[in-house]
Design a protein around this ligand. Structure first.
Ligand SMILES: *Cc1c(COP(=O)(O)O)cnc(C)c1O
Length: 391
């Protein structure tokens, strides 16, 4: 057989076209001439060169999330934390000041309290349920405010509109991590956010099989600066992960509606149970931010429910062990319901007093409701409560 060269590859021609996005794992893309490369680098022609700088599967996914959030030119990154880092580190310099919500995702809080100060960027945490607390934290050198709309795990609602008005007035960038709420319940750009980010890992991809993030901005210049930083620091997503996430995204709206319906039912069921001291669900009348949830979330409570079991660690152990039909695992937004116990996981680094100040006791559980049959799910929780009651 005559030896053949490996390149260029030829894809068999087809008059018909695939109905799903092809998976394109190629790291490098071959050009015909140096002139052609010039035209790509100078933006006169569209083309890929090297996957760390961008690849088709990331762009296809980015366009789909752009459409959900209502923006153009967003970017997919290797994780939600890559998205947080691209915003916080890609747009600040030593001497700047950043304000963050005091109940942000644990790693985001860590970046604000440990990493930014190490690089000479001062930070202040503020209580984002109240725009006045954010106003009090602002300094002349404040560059941005980073908030989440619904806090984890206490499910308190940020004063998004009040904070957006404040940021606009002071010329400070408002960054919203919309992972928990998703564009199905709130679209932060419509409320005045400058930058929105996601852990795509959670509800958007939805199957606990990819780790990805996304950022979008209203200002193309800000977006370009974050993109350059992300490419330089290697925050690139894998084509296969992007492909899987696109597949997951096809059912996002259906999954979100179903999980939210079940979450509301579960919250109402829990509220009537003996042995439950408290139930937290944003649209319930006993929730402290219920009025805000009606407006900001358009009455949609989301798929997360938190509750406080009477008793201490013994009751919590008994409950988690007996409710073993749901995964006791610290993630959210999966097709399956997951249960997390903040005192022993996400919030274990806090002192018991620090946790108590947030209402996170040994009996505190957070539920990310999935797609199971609602009756079967409620029966599983009831089995847990029965066990906790006799612990
Ligand atoms: C999970 C999560 C992140 C981090 O995302 P990863 O994909 O795990 O890196 C950031 N913010 C929120 C609100 C999250 O829930």
């Amino acid at each position: 057989m005559k030896p053949t060269l490996q390149r260029p590859v030829t894809v068999p021609p087809s008059l018909s076209t695939p109905v799903i996005t092809p998976l394109m794992p190629s790291v490098v893309y071959a050009s015909t001439t140096p002139d052609e490369l010039d035209s790509q680098y100078e933006g006169r022609a569209q083309g890929y060169t090297y996957a760390r700088e961008g690849h088709p599967n990331a762009d296809v996914l980015a366009r789909r999330i752009d459409a959900l959030e209502g923006c153009e030119g967003g970017m997919v990154l290797g994780s939600g934390m890559a998205a947080v880092a691209a915003v916080l580190l890609g747009l600040t310099k030593a001497g700047d000041h950043v304000v963050g919500g005091d109940q942000l995702y644990g790693r985001s809080l860590r970046m604000l309290t440990e990493d930014l100060p190490r690089l000479g960027i001062a930070t202040t945490m503020a209580q984002v349920t109240d725009a006045a607390s954010v106003a009090a934290a602002l300094r002349p050198e404040t560059k941005m405010v980073l908030i989440e709309v619904v806090s984890n795990p206490t499910l308190r609602l940020a004063d998004l509109d009040g904070i957006a008005a404040l940021c606009r007035e002071k010329g400070v960038l408002l960054v919203v991590d919309n992972t928990f709420t998703t564009p199905a319940t709130v679209k932060p750009f419509e409320h005045g956010a400058d930058i929105v980010l996601h852990s795509v890992t959670k509800l958007l991809a939805g199957h606990s099989d990819v780790t990805l993030g996304w950022i979008g901005a209203t200002d193309p210049d800000l977006m370009a600066r974050m993109r350059i930083f992300a490419v330089t620091t290697g925050m690139t997503p894998s084509p296969f992960d992007c492909w899987l996430a696109e597949r997951g995204l096809h059912t996002f709206a259906l999954r979100q509606t179903r999980a939210q319906d079940t979450a509301r039912r579960l919250a109402d069921h829990l509220a009537g149970q003996a042995g439950i001291a408290k139930v937290l669900y944003p649209t319930r009348p006993d929730h402290p931010d219920m009025a805000r949830a009606q407006g900001l979330l358009q009455g949609q409570g989301g798929n997360m429910v938190s509750f406080v079991l009477d008793g201490g660690r013994a009751e919590a152990n008994a409950f988690a062990e007996a409710a073993n039909g749901v995964a006791f695992a610290p993630t959210l937004g999966d097709v399956g319901t997951t249960l997390s116990h903040p005192a022993s996981s996400s919030h274990r680094a806090l002192t018991p007093e620090g946790r108590a100040a947030l209402g996170i006791t040994e009996g505190f559980f957070r539920v990310s409701v999935g797609l199971e049959d609602p009756d079967a799910l409620i029966a599983c929780f009831d089995a847990g409560f029965a066990a906790a009651g006799s612990a």
